[in-house]
Design a protein around this ligand. Structure first.
Ligand code: DGT
Ligand code: CA
Ligand code: CA
Length: 364
């Protein structure tokens, strides 16, 4: 197979950076973006934080209360609620820019994409590096976002490389440098190796990729099963033949219906929502997808539109969860509803294939 050139692009501290772009005075301060829970007060978790806040040990997933403790001495620290619609918009705009630079563009998630650029740089890594710089500049001009890019012969190494130097990184791993690049890294750098797998290796005194390379395929398969074992055996050697697959950012599944009568009655509308959810769910399952965002949409009797959406904690393909959330959105949307509704819709977005970034032992 001819040598490919693949980019992995990942936006830096994405939600927090979006907030900085909207309010530039935040740039010098620690910024934490929070998912406040329904319980009120400071209960909830940090979605992400800018690099100033990270210096104090704030990171994704920790309770907001911990983050406040860690930032106690920074009186200027800012804690903002998530604004998914705005981040989506930033993501879409930026993906639109990136897409034009690829032979094949694969949207992975809101702040990530793979690009196959082999043809347009004639298989030349030096040209590829220039192209990456051009992409970074173009994004910065148009949406002000900074991102990190990994360049290598495949998706796996590029993913690791984009994470190697952050923020605003550009890491090139040419085919002859794959070994030197990978070997000193912690095994955690390999996508799919999470806390659990890391711990199991740690018990075998294996911390780095170089050390993991010493395990033969039989031992790995015995310990982790054939699928994970083989994946890891290849990964530590930088072997990955997954093609970049064309996938647009704007994929969503939705169903919309014209109601039998215009209405703002909760009972009537919720029956319709339940039905729409079933229909959307069928399509999701047929396409072997999971979704992370759920939305409902009204066309009101005066033909004006209204919509509401929410982001889940993790991707799902569960019908119950879809219905429960859609009903909740309906309740919220009806709170101050004066006008009746004519058409009603349900959509799911933030689609992913059935797999994810969770621990390897969960998804293989
Ligand atoms: P980075 O890439 O290390 O500079 O920082 P981020 O914040 O871009 O991290 P990344 O790429 O893992 O995640 C992209 C966005 O996804 C992030 O800005 C917020 C969201 N996110 C990540 N982890 C969590 C989490 O544990 N909970 C929630 N609610 N959102 C998360
Ligand atoms: Ca990111
Ligand atoms: Ca990411």
């Amino acid at each position: 197979m001819e040598t490919r050139i693949v980019f992995h692009i990942d936006f830096d501290y994405f939600y927090a950076q979006c907030e900085e772009i909207r309010s530039p005075e935040l740039r010098s301060k620690p910024v934490c973006v929070c998912v406040f829970s329904d319980r009120g007060g400071d209960s909830g978790a940090i979605a992400t934080a800018n690099y100033t806040a990270r210096k104090y040990g704030v990171k994704s997933g920790i309770p907001i209360i911990f983050a406040k403790k860690r930032l106690e001495e920074r009186k200027d620290a800012v804690f903002l609620p998530v604004d998914f619609d705005y981040y989506f918009e930033m993501s879409e705009k930026t993906m639109e820019i990136i897409k034009d630079y690829a032979d094949v563009f694969e949207y992975v998630g809101k702040d990530e994409a793979y690009l196959d650029v082999t043809k347009r740089v004639d298989g030349d890594f030096k040209k590829a590096s220039h192209l990456a710089q051009q992409i970074k500049n173009s994004i910065r001009d148009k949406t002000k976002l900074s991102c990190s890019i990994g360049i290598s012969p495949n998706k796996l190494i590029s993913k690791i490389a984009s994470d190697f130097k952050k923020p605003d990184g550009l890491t090139l791993v040419s085919p002859d440098k794959v070994e030197v690049f990978l070997e000193p890294l912690k095994i955690r750098a390999i996508p799919g190796i999470g806390k659990k797998t890391e711990k199991r290796f740690s018990e075998m005194n294996i911390e780095t990729i170089q050390e993991l390379k010493k395990l033969d395929i039989f031992t790995l398969n015995k310990e982790f099963g054939r699928k994970s074992g083989t994946y890891m055996f290849n990964a530590v050697r930088g072997i990955d033949n997954e093609p970049v697959k064309e996938r647009e950012a704007r994929i969503q599944y939705s169903k919309i219906t014209t109601l039998k009568k215009d209405s703002k009655d909760y009972q009537f509308l919720s029956e319709n929502i339940i039905e729409l959810c079933k229909e959307v769910h069928d399509v999701v399952i047929k396409n072997n997808r999971m979704f992370k965002s759920i939305g409902i949409h009204f066309v009101q009797s005066d033909l004006s539109n209204k919509s509401k959406s929410r982001m889940l904690r993790s991707p799902t393909a569960n019908l119950d969860e879809l219905q429960k959330n859609a009903i909740q959105l309906l309740k919220e949307a009806l709170e101050n509803q004066t006008i009746t509704i004519r058409r009603l819709g349900v959509k799911v977005t933030e689609l992913s294939e059935v797999q994810g970034q969770s621990d390897i032992t969960h998804y293989f």
